[in-house]
Design a protein around this ligand. Structure first.
Ligand SMILES: [Zn+2]
Length: 403
């Protein structure tokens, strides 16, 4: 057990001593029994056995309305330190006392449910939290927040959607401003991602039309949900509706231009399926003009290579790389330079290309705006801070700063 807990236990011991002293002054009938438990706890603590001291202190302190918060605080501390079994014991001990008021029983239930969530006993946590939603109006909001954690951990997106909808303040239906925050994020942001998760399941089972409905619900709740737009484009593409796919994917430019790079591949397929191969180049140029970034420049160069040849692609890329340098762009430029070369010069360029490709593999491509988590894959649910939709693509200039 670490120093922090020992320090907290000392603080806790002083608090109990004060409380017992007050009881003694008030002439409590327990004064002959309780101090011995208290001193045993202190002895255990001073002997370097804080684990046993916790139990002695708990036994020393009677459960009543005056001490309930102290018991709850110690239970919470133990849960946060990873000692979930002890936290469960403390909170179950509270519930075994018939003298507690209904409100305090609800509070102990809530804490016990949080213990179960931490211990991974999600079924038990769910039962307790659903009871609280039903029976404890004062705990309803916070119980629903914890239920979201439970359903999210179980990946039960249907239930998570139902609870998140219950958590949306009624005012927002009237289109008034809401400051409601759920774990730092607006509940509508979280809800939109739950719809996206469920839509993914439907796509996997070939239910495209249901997936489309769910994604439209996501957009309805959060029009800035770029994930829903991208998934909608991909779903339309898979269900043989390229025009609708193009329509959805093009909206990314309006709502989240930093994600344009994520739409290039499905857009190419969609334009191709729709028989509009040339139009992708015009669209990419339009994007590049308003939101220049190296990934779009590279895509334009690839198109120029197909339509106008390598010289045209090389001139475009070398000009743009001066403004927006990128490793991918450099790699492509070297490949374009290689076309007409042979012998030693070609071999030297091969070696250079290998080095650049190694650097590309090592680079950070995505980063979370909230916690700074970075990696090479796009995660809609940040593995670091568990926020939804905060991981974003990095442009090369940003990559250079953090690698
Ligand atoms: Zn994060």
């Amino acid at each position: 057990m670490n120093d922090f807990l020992v320090f907290w236990l000392l603080f806790f011991a002083v608090g109990i001593g004060w409380f017992l002293g007050r009881r003694t002054i008030n002439g409590s009938s327990l004064r002959s029994e309780l101090p011995s438990q208290y001193y045993r706890g202190l002895n255990f603590l001073l002997d370097g056995r804080p684990d046993v001291a916790v139990d002695a202190f708990i036994n020393a302190l009677e459960v009543n309305s005056d001490t309930l918060e102290t018991h709850i605080a110690l239970g919470n501390l133990l849960r946060k330190r990873g000692e979930v079994d002890r936290a469960i014991r403390i909170h179950q001990n509270l519930l075994a006392r018939p003298s507690l008021s209904q409100e305090h029983i609800h509070l102990a239930h809530l804490e016990l449910a949080r213990d179960y969530v931490s211990a991974g006993l999600l079924d038990r946590a769910e039962r307790l939290l659903l009871d609280l939603v039903e029976e404890a109006p004062e705990q309803r909001l916070v119980a629903r927040r914890h239920l979201l954690d439970v359903y999210q951990s179980e990946r039960d997106w249907k239930q998570a959607i139902n609870i998140a909808i219950d958590l949306i303040p009624k005012k927002s239906i009237l289109k008034t401003t809401t400051n409601f925050k759920e774990r730092g994020q607006s509940v509508v942001v979280v809800l939109a991602h739950y719809y996206c998760e469920l839509a993914l399941k439907k796509v996997a089972s070939g239910e495209f039309s249901l997936s489309r409905e769910l994604l439209n619900q996501a957009i309805l709740h959060d029009k800035n949900c770029v994930r829903a737009l991208i998934q909608l484009g991909e779903t339309e593409l898979m269900s043989g509706r390229p025009k609708e796919a193009i329509e959805a994917l093009k909206q990314v430019k309006e709502y989240a231009p930093e994600f344009i790079s994520e739409t290039i591949i499905p857009l190419r397929d969609a334009f191709s399926q729709a028989g509009r191969r040339d139009t992708i180049t015009n669209y990419l140029k339009e994007c590049y003009q308003s939101h220049p970034n190296p990934t779009i420049a590279l895509a334009i160069a690839e198109d120029l290579l197909l339509t106008e040849g390598s010289e045209s692609a090389r001139i475009f890329l070398s000009t743009e790389l001066r403004e927006h340098p990128s490793l991918n762009g450099l790699s492509k430029l070297i490949k374009l330079q290689q076309v007409d070369l042979t012998g030693k010069v070609r071999k030297n360029l091969d070696e250079l290309l290998n080095l650049v490709d190694i650097l590309i593999k090592q680079r950070t491509a995505y980063r979370c705006d909230h916690c700074g988590f970075s990696g090479q894959q796009l995660h809609w649910h940040c593995p670091g801070c568990k926020y939804w939709g905060t991981v974003k693509p990095l442009h090369s200039e940003e990559v250079e700063k953090i690698t």
